[in-house]
Design a protein around this ligand. Structure first.
Ligand SMILES: NC(=O)c1ccc[n+]([C@@H]2O[C@H](COP(=O)([O-])OP(=O)(O)OC[C@H]3O[C@@H](n4cnc5c(N)ncnc54)[C@H](OP(=O)(O)O)[C@@H]3O)[C@@H](O)[C@H]2O)c1
Length: 337
């Protein structure tokens, strides 16, 4: 008897293809992709690998790839893996095809995607999720997890039956009671995404340089102040509490390397998705990350000038990418703040 769960991945890019490839042996995975992504999967198949040495390949004929929303209709769980700007459109598409009650997990960055999905899917069960690791595409059809961490999602009995398939796929999900706090903590970490993109460096090389880390520390301090005024306490996602991270980031290189090695594994390929977006000429998620701090600050009668400066720089880079110098950017952020 075949009891594998039927799981749709809605919007397969870096994260969706990686999750789908890993889940493939333990679930019936249906990929809902843009035509260009579907063509790549049909030509090259799907390879997934990770920093721990795992690698698996799924041949094109074994992939269930679709380009129409209707394909999500008869699945038992939907993972939404589009960028935040596409959530409203996806919610609308899913509302027309999903059976009522079908659970949906938003595996997206940002703090408001699950609510946005819920607004259009009132008779479905929508859960916030979080992907802690980075995924890159070193070659067509190959998706590589370049940093460590477990998936997280809102605790619910509705998700229990799917957990074994995720665990068997090497993607254990931690169910949490504090997902909004988790999303804010992840957002503080993601304040580095635009810096990584502007550095033009792999994540590990960028974080090895103190001036880049000081830029991030400055953005995080500003974010933490705004969250405090708003009464939001970010969850602790690393061995150290979120409000210690700016001090750790500011340490001299040798000391930082020692502390960081205990907190997070990053391989030489890892880069932020903002970098990928700028390289491929797509709009970034900066409005939903640094922009979220700016928006929250304004709603409390405050300003977040350093994060606002980064939003403006990324807007420019979306038009024409220019690598930034870390020391010059640090000066500009200090002046702005
Ligand atoms: N990449 C990472 O390392 C990483 C790590 C952790 C979390 N995340 C988060 O995970 C989410 C997904 O990121 P990603 O990097 O995987 O994004 P991505 O590579 O851009 O993948 C999203 C895919 O969904 C497609 N799409 C958008 N709307 C669609 C629709 N209505 N129907 C079908 N496909 C649609 C996009 O196509 P178009 O480009 O044509 O719109 C794109 O191919 C984001 O919130 C991101 O912040 C990413």
């Amino acid at each position: 008897m075949n009891t594998l769960p039927r799981i749709a991945i809605y919007g397969t890019g870096m994260i969706g293809n990686y999750l789908g490839g890993r889940l493939h042996a333990h679930a019936h995975v249906r990929f809902i992709a843009r035509p260009r992504v579907a063509a790549t999967l049909r030509q090259y198949g799907l390879t997934v690998s990770d920093l721990h040495g795992h690698q698996q390949y799924v041949a094109p004929h074994a992939l269930d790839v679709h380009t129409q929303p209707e394909a999500a209709g008869d699945t038992e769980l939907v993972l939404v893996t589009v960028k935040s700007a596409a959530t409203t459109e996806v919610a609308h598409e899913l509302s027309k095809v999903l059976a009522p009650g079908t659970p949906v997990i938003s595996f997206q960055n940002g703090v408001r995607n699950a609510d946005e999905l819920r607004a259009s899917l009132p008779s479905h069960r929508v859960f916030a999720g979080m992907v802690p690791f980075n995924v890159t595409q070193p070659e067509p059809g190959h998706f590589h997890q370049g940093s460590s961490g477990d998936l997280m999602a809102e605790r619910s009995a509705d998700l229990e039956s799917f957990l074994p398939a995720f665990a068997a796929s090497g993607l254990p999900i931690q169910l949490r009671d504090d997902m909004q706090a988790v999303l804010w903590a992840k957002l503080l970490i993601n304040l580095n995404n635009p810096l990584n993109a502007l550095s033009g460096l792999p994540l590990r090389d960028e974080l090895a340089q103190q001036p880049w880390r000081r830029c991030l520390a400055l953005l995080q301090r500003e974010g933490l102040q705004v969250l405090k005024v708003a009464g939001i306490r970010p969850a602790q996602l690393t061995p150290l509490p979120a409000n210690w991270l700016p001090s750790v980031l500011s340490l001299p290189n040798a000391l930082f390397q020692r502390v960081a090695a205990r907190m997070l594994a990053i391989d030489p390929l890892a880069r932020s998705s903002t970098w990928d977006d700028l390289q491929t000429g797509r709009r970034t998620e900066v409005d939903y990350v640094n922009g979220e701090i700016v928006r929250l600050a304004m709603s409390k009668g405050l300003r977040a000038p350093a994060n606002a400066h980064i939003v403006a720089l990324i807007r420019k880079a979306e038009q024409s990418y220019v690598r930034q110098d870390a020391d010059a950017l640090l000066n500009a952020l200090r002046t702005a703040a």
